[in-house]
Design a protein around this ligand. Sequence first.
Ligand code: ADP
Length: 428
Amino acid sequence: MSSFRYWGVEIWFVSVVSIVAIIIGLFTGFTGEILFVITVAYLAWHLRQIYRLKRWLTTSRDLYPPESEGIWSDIFHSIYLLQKRNRKSKKRLARILSEFRSSTAALPDGAIVLGEMTEIIWFNKSAENLLGLNVKKDVGQRITNLIRNPRFVGYLEKGEYSLPVEITSPIDDDVKLSLRLTAYNKNQRLLMVRNVTRLYQLEKIRQDFVANVSHELRTPLTVINGYVEIFSDAKEQLPGFFHRPVDQMGQQLQRMRSLVDDLLTLSKLESGDEPVREVSVMPHMILKRITEEAKTLSEGRHKIKFSFDNEDSIKGNEKELLSAFSNLIFNAVRYTPTGGTIEISWTELVNGYRMAVKDNGPGIEAGHLPRLTERFYRVDDGRDRAVGGTGLGLAIVKHILERHGSSLKIDSEVGVGSCFYCDFKAVK
Ligand code: ADP
């Protein structure tokens, strides 16, 4: 029976009973009393149905409703259908949740859900194994109580999660982990943990290989260089035929020595074995010194200006900063044609400082910019080789700046010039 029919029958029943009561009342003279008794009985019946409904919904574990008549049978039936539907979707959700849990448990990567205060809400089996977490002890704990590595703490606080951070496992020094956060909902974060020990070992083998080869090349190069110098010094005594080859041997040897030195510097920086030995350095003094060297390199072919608006010091490694700044400034000298201008500046920012080298040289197409700090990447291989660089300069700059909490930024326009700059935090 449809709901409307139930309502129709109910109204019909109430009307008939009322009319019969009124008629009896008219005959007996007790219309009011009869209507009152009927109303009370009707109300009592409804109250009893409400009481049964409440008992069924709260205390009964039975899915099926109690028997009833009239409109109440319809209400009970509708609620029964609703409950049935709810139970079905509850079961479906429970099944999805259990499938999700078993699939995340099977993931080789650790997954940890963090709450608003970075407290652990949930984690899978792999996270348990990789970080030594314990469901009973660690749920509700802040993640920084369990992973205390300063690099991870800094990463968590920074809020910039586009790249992962690599740390040594807190439970095993031989295991390297890559941690990556993803923010979702309002304040929740998902922490993915991956074991990258194998990758790390391969990278280490590569770095060691480059470092060893460079190191081994140094000795024979020094010996050959000694002989070439002897030939150079005694050039006048050699037949004219040998003059050019001796000069060229000298130049190429110098190039090879620069390459080997740069490779060694780069592998030392890449290995990250040595932390930055931070002391107070005065960048304006370093830049003054490099400006003089740049003028010597330019041999008067460029207008080279240096300006600074402060003599403050920053924390860093003087030798490394000198190497990074010289690479940028000497590049500007080498790539800017004769007559060009090179402006070097050290300026104060709201919360730090900026070192910038601006030239009006050939400029670099935007497509090359993201790859410029890769090893041996050159915009124009023939031209750039002729200029005499090793192709490793900007890779070295990138690593040094990273070690100093900074990064290399480049603005460049073909035919207009380039500006290489980097920002440093102020010393607190
Ligand atoms: P290289 O030793 O070849 O100079 P770098 O790593 O220092 O290597 O620079 C990479 C490339 O970036 C260079 O080969 C050159 O093409 C480009 N480059 C660097 N500085 C400048 C500049 N100031 N103007 C134009 N191109 C530049």
